[in-house]
Design a protein around this ligand. Structure first.
Ligand code: C5P
Length: 240
């Protein structure tokens, strides 16, 4: 939903700011009416004991922006959300999950009834092998926690995607293009959105992002944009 600030007034007077919400005018055409998408967003939480967990810095902002952009074009959206402090966008159905395992179950339960999925969540690659029933007590020495691999949710959807659209994200700190390209192929994505943590204005917590959209035909570098505008470009590419 775009907001334009209009300054009204006359010479010599103070300015009055009017915020015009274009959604009120139905500015976006409902080009995705009748379509259904999953969007994953936020960080997964992998419990160690009843008090502690392993997680990451994802704010969920990019995924929530994609969910909002899809819903604004009339799509039904199932937002499978890990931990965030964000409010659910209007018209979006949210399924709250904690762990990678729960996110896997929630996505696989509905994927076959959808037209595709946008995998924005920062999913833990490892989870504790066992979860302690009681709070772990500290001792004098160091301690280590045995971890096991989580399931790759995107790859599991990629295996059964058929003609559905599957979009992934890659957050890289080195060999960005090569890593993104290999994920595109390995997880059977139609395209992947690469953001580099080395780029100013890109990444986890901010409201902006700098991304490159990569598909099998090539790469399109986008300039610094708000996450909401990046979401619009992603949805444009899904439509095309
Ligand atoms: O392999 P990597 O974690 O870098 O892949 C990132 C992409 O795969 C993102 O789209 C992310 O949401 C998705 N992913 C997933 N399940 C995992 C790991 C990543 O869906 N266990």
């Amino acid at each position: 939903m775009k907001k334009y600030n209009i300054f009204a007034g006359n010479f010599g007077s103070g300015k009055t700011e009017i915020s015009v919400n274009t959604a009120l005018f139905g500015a976006k055409k409902k080009s995705l009416e009748g379509k259904h998408f999953i969007v994953t967003a936020g960080a997964t939480i992998e419990p160690i004991d009843p008090v502690r967990f392993i997680s990451n810095h994802s704010s969920g902002k990019m995924g929530y922006a994609v969910a909002e952009a899809l819903a604004a074009r009339g799509a039904k959206v199932t937002l499978v959300s890990g931990r965030t402090s964000l409010e659910c966008p209007q018209g979006v159905e949210k399924v709250d999950v904690l762990s990678a395992e729960q996110m896997y179950e929630a996505c696989n339960a509905v994927f076959e009834q959808t037209d595709g999925a946008v995998m924005c969540a920062a999913v833990a690659d490892y989870t504790p092998q066992t979860v302690a029933d009681e709070k772990l007590k500290k001792g004098d020495g160091d301690m280590s926690i045995a971890l096991k691999r989580t399931k790759d949710i995107a790859a599991s959807l990629g295996e059964k995607k058929g003609s559905r659209v599957l979009v992934g994200f890659a957050m890289e700190t080195q060999n960005e293009r090569e890593n993104a390209q290999s994920k595109l192929e390995r997880k059977n994505f139609d395209f992947i959105v690469l953001n580099s943590l080395r780029t100013e204005g890109a990444g986890f917590r901010g409201d902006t992002n700098v991304v490159t959209l990569i598909d099998m035909k090539g790469a399109e570098e986008l300039p610094l944009m708000s996450k909401r505008d990046v979401a619009e470009r992603i949805v444009d590419k899904i439509e095309s």
